[in-house]
Ligand binder design. Structure first.
Ligand code: RIB
Length: 292
């Protein structure tokens, strides 16, 4: 079994559905409210576990009832929680999500996720060393992203960074990573005014730019390649990017080539949006394989 370690956020998503998105100063009546597990790190861990990887999650929750549910959810998905910290007197991370007009708006309160510090990572060096790939995002402190990148460099472990939510990434981390998976907006923040084609050429087979329904774009060393997405009836797009990242990590760690890995990841992501909740529609291995 491939060993995947995810370093990142684990939160609870508080989701309201509404036919109208309220503007500033406006109150609207919604239709439903649900509490479901989320957080980009946790979502990517669950996506990878459902697809058959042996997954360890490194993160932190608070000592509140949400933290307990978050840990229970990891266990229910077969994820190793030995390196999950429970921070005394602290709330668990939450994401406040409005699903309206076919898309989401999200406010994240990081809370315990800010305690995923280099000191916390030090407790998990052995598991990082033994990983086939490490997956990281940006809902945790930047110094931790830098530290994990250094550890991966030191121990020669491939690192996949999903630079979401949008925040610049230190150049050393960009150079150290084996794969970087921004969406178009995040790519703009990372690489500024430079044209996307030039940036893709600078990072062949490493920079993978996701373009929503259109699919993903990368440079294979000879030409720019677009791996198309799949069109489906979307119920909730929350977590589609996380499913993509978890699935891509699984496929790459199993030794699939980049193009096939991206097809696999696109398929998994397209299935994930057909159900409610970031993790609700994340497919199993056989669901992805059958639909491919
Ligand atoms: O990527 C989707 C996730 O972003 C949600 O689950 C929410 O927790 C936010 O962090």
């Amino acid at each position: 079994m491939t060993k995947i370690t995810v370093v990142g956020s684990a939160s609870m998503d508080l989701v309201v559905t509404s036919s109208i998105r309220p503007g500033a100063g406006e109150t609207v009546l919604g239709e439903s409210f649900k509490t479901v597990p989320g957080g980009k790190g946790a979502n990517q861990a669950v996506a990878a576990a459902r697809l058959g990887a042996e997954v360890t999650m490194i993160g932190c929750v608070g000592d509140d009832h949400l933290g307990k549910s978050i840990l229970d959810n990891f266990k229910a998905n077969g994820i190793n929680t030995d390196y999950m910290g429970v921070i005394e007197g602290m709330e668990s991370g939450t994401a406040h999500i409005i699903l309206a007009e076919g898309d989401n708006s999200i406010v994240v309160v990081k809370a315990a996720n800010d305690h995923v510090t280099p000191d916390h990572i030090d407790k998990a060096v052995d598991v990082i060393k033994a990983s086939d790939i490490v997956l990281i995002q940006q809902e945790i402190p930047e110094e931790t992203v830098v530290y994990v990148s250094e550890l991966c460099g030191k121990y020669n472990v491939p690192l996949m960074i999903n630079p979401a939510p949008a925040r610049s990434v230190p150049q050393d981390v960009v150079e150290q990573a084996s794969y970087i998976t921004p969406n178009e907006h995040e790519a703009d923040i990372l690489f500024g005014k430079e044209s996307l084609s030039d940036v893709l050429r600078r990072y062949p087979n490493k920079l993978i730019v996701t373009e929503g329904k259109k699919g993903v774009r990368y440079f294979d060393g000879k030409e720019e390649v677009v791996v198309s997405g799949y069109s489906v009836e979307a119920v909730d797009t929350t977590g589609a990017g996380d499913t993509f990242n978890g699935a891509f990590a699984v496929a790459i760690a199993e030794g699939m080539n980049i193009k096939d890995s991206l097809k696999f990841a696109n398929r998994a992501a397209s299935l994930s949006v057909t159900k409610f909740g970031a993790q609700g529609g994340m497919p199993t291995r056989s669901e992805v394989e059958e639909s491919l």
